[in-house]
Structures are given as C-alpha cells and as structure tokens.
Write a protein that binds this ligand. Structure first.
Ligand code: HEM
Length: 252
C-alpha cells in the first residue's frame, strides 16, 4: 500500500511508489532529451531551419508553452527529490552478511547516479542562463534576423547565438563533458527504468542493457556534434557553418 505521511518533518513513501515515480519522471526526461537533441540537430540544416523551428516553439500558445515548461520542471524536481529519498533509504538499509557485495555495488551505482545527476542539474541551470534567459551573455538577446521567419518579421537568431556561444572553447568543452556525464547517467538510468516498472525479465536483461547503452551514446553523439563541429569550423578543420551572420553581427 502506498503511504504518504507528512508529519514532524518526516516524509515517507513506499519504496515501490518512489521507484515508480523515478521511472515515470525519468521517462519524461528521457523523451525530452531525445526530442531536444533532434531539434538542435536542425542547426546542421542551416540558419533558416533552426531559426524557424525555435521560433515555432517560442510562438506556441502560452498555456501550452508554459504548461510543458512547468510539467518538465516538476518532473526534474520530483526525479531529483525522489532520488535523494532513495539514496538515503539505501544507506540506512543494513546489509546482511551474504548481501554485502550486492549492497556495495548498489551503493556505488546510486552514488554514481547521484553524482552525474547533480552535475547534469547544475548543467541545466547553466544552460538556461546561457541560451534561454541569456543572463550570462545578455548580448545574445540582441541577435535578430528575418532568416527563418514565417512572415519576414525579425525573430531571434538562434543559429548565430549557438555559433557564437560554442566558438568559446571552454564552453564547448564543458558542454561535451556534461553530455558525456548525461550519457553515463542514461546508460544506467534507462535500463533501471525498465527494472522499476517490472518490465525487465532475465531473458531480456542483457538486450535492455545494450539498448540503454546504445540510446545513451546516440544522445552523446547527437548533442556533442553541435559544439564539436562549431569548434572544428572555428579552427578551420571543416568549413561548414555560414559566417555571414557572424560578420554582420560583428562577431568575427
Ligand atoms: C549541445 C547540447 C545542447 C544545445 C546546443 C542546446 C541548445 C539549446 C537552445 C539553443 C535552447 C534555447 C532555445 C530558444 O531559446 O529558442 C535550449 C533550451 C533548453 N535546453 Fe538545451 N541544448 C543542449 C543540451 C541540452 C540538454 C542536455 C538538456 C537537458 C538535459 C537541455 C535542456 C534545455 C531546456 C530545459 C531548455 C529550455 C526550453 C524552453 O525554453 O522551454 N539542453 N537548448
């Protein structure tokens, strides 16, 4: 039975409920990163494509735009909060002698998940300040263009913002490191989602582990290709991106 008890600062839920909550919020986040990665890859199709896509998202009706942002935020908070509760619970559980090894392994993997999860959370905060609210580089807000606009009006130039953003070496390198940590988090997280939902049978377990790792590497490559290609373009290793907008904005 699910018990949620709030009294004298104690908040307890059944472990099963916590695991379901972790898995369900995890599925939403797994889906989000995939869709976001596909959206970002449109930068490879050119300025028009990524700007039109970003503009279409920003122009969604406010209840849909803010409803999905709030839903996503709630999933992140619940995922992190439940993870903390589960880690505490794992620590409190006393290992019986023949389970010491298993408990040690479970402890290590939850510690690793906690660590990668916390860094990803810090990354998301940085990322929002970088590209969404643009507090870190307020000048990004002034980048405007009609390229990708559906009606010729000036719109935010996401293409140039991403190019300018990733031409800064330490930013690109930090993004790639964070994408690697996201990959490690997903490699374990996706397969444990199946386990928590009771969808992992003995015969399927190695296939699920393989599928989780494959998914995690797809995410790593799909996200990292953007900062890495911008850096390669900057150092003349490839000539892929249009520099016109950078010249116009006096950023070259
Ligand atoms: C190289 C990797 C990434 C790139 C190039 C990228 C790019 C962007 C850009 C350009 C925006 C702003 C879009 C706009 O203002 O129209 C954005 C927003 C966002 N990104 Fe990323 N992103 C990356 C990785 C990630 C990852 C790994 C996560 C999550 C784990 C993430 C989560 C978000 C969120 C939550 C938003 C705000 C969405 C909104 O406005 O509601 N991003 N990203």
């Amino acid at each position: 039975m699910i018990t949620i008890l709030i009294s004298n600062k104690y908040f307890t839920m059944s472990s099963l409920f916590k695991k379901y909550l972790m898995a369900l919020t995890g599925i939403v986040l797994i889906g989000f990163v995939f869709v976001h990665m596909l959206g970002n890859l449109q930068i490879l199709l050119g300025q028009e494509s990524i700007n039109a896509y970003a503009h279409a998202l920003q122009s969604l009706p406010l209840p849909i735009l803010w409803g999905s942002r709030i839903f996503l935020f709630a999933c992140v908070v619940l995922h992190a909060f439940t993870a903390i509760l589960l880690i505490k619970e794992n620590r409190a559980a006393r290992p019986v002698p023949n389970e010491v090894e298993r408990t040690k392994r479970a402890g290590w993997s939850s510690l690793r998940m906690g660590l990668t999860g916390s860094i990803i959370l810090a990354f998301v905060v940085f990322h929002l300040l970088h590209f969404t609210t643009r507090n870190l580089y307020p000048e990004y807000g002034e980048l405007e263009t009609a390229t990708g606009s559906p009606d010729g009006e000036m719109i935010h130039d996401v293409y140039t913002m991403v190019l300018v953003g990733f031409r800064i070496d330490w930013i690109s390198i930090s993004y790639v490191i964070c994408m690697f940590l996201l990959c490690r988090h997903l490699a374990h997280g996706v397969s444990s989602t199946f386990q928590s939902l009771g969808l992992r049978s003995e015969s399927w377990s190695s296939k699920l582990d393989l599928a989780s790792k494959a998914y995690a590497w797809v995410i790593f490559v799909g996200f990292s290709i953007v900062p890495l290609s911008v850096l390669a373009d900057k150092y003349g290793l490839i000539s892929f991106y249009s520099h016109n907008s950078l010249k116009t904005a006096d950023l070259l």
